[in-house]
Write a protein that binds this ligand. Structure first.
Ligand SMILES: [Zn+2]
Length: 108
């Protein structure tokens, strides 16, 4: 009865890209990509704004993790090596990527 139902998944005409704001699906030529996210023409500006805000949060999180070592000599010289030894546990903890960073990088 309904001819519209015959378009199955995998069909070349099937809209496959989903806008991250309105979650509607679009054909590839109607959707725009920015740093790993997709948005339709109507929501692209908002998506870019959200993505940049997310990125700023990630940068801030990373800066916070490495801030305790700012100005410290952690080079391969004798002083740097001594500092690395003393701060071993803290450096390891800071190297663990925060949850926001990992979710950001998964989609990047
Ligand atoms: Zn949209």
């Amino acid at each position: 009865m309904s001819a519209a139902k015959s378009r199955g998944p995998g069909s070349a005409e099937e809209p496959t890209s989903q806008c991250c704001i309105c979650h509607n699906r679009f054909d590839n030529y109607q959707i725009y990509e920015y740093r790993g996210i997709l948005a339709c023409g109507e929501h692209f500006d908002e998506a870019v704004f959200r993505r940049n805000a997310e990125r700023a949060a990630v940068v801030a999180e990373n800066n916070q993790q490495t801030a305790p070592f700012a100005g410290l000599n952690l080079t391969e010289g004798p002083i740097g090596r001594a500092n690395q030894e003393i701060l071993k546990a803290e450096i390891t903890a800071a190297a663990v990527v925060g949850p926001r960073t990992s979710s950001y990088e998964e989609r990047a």
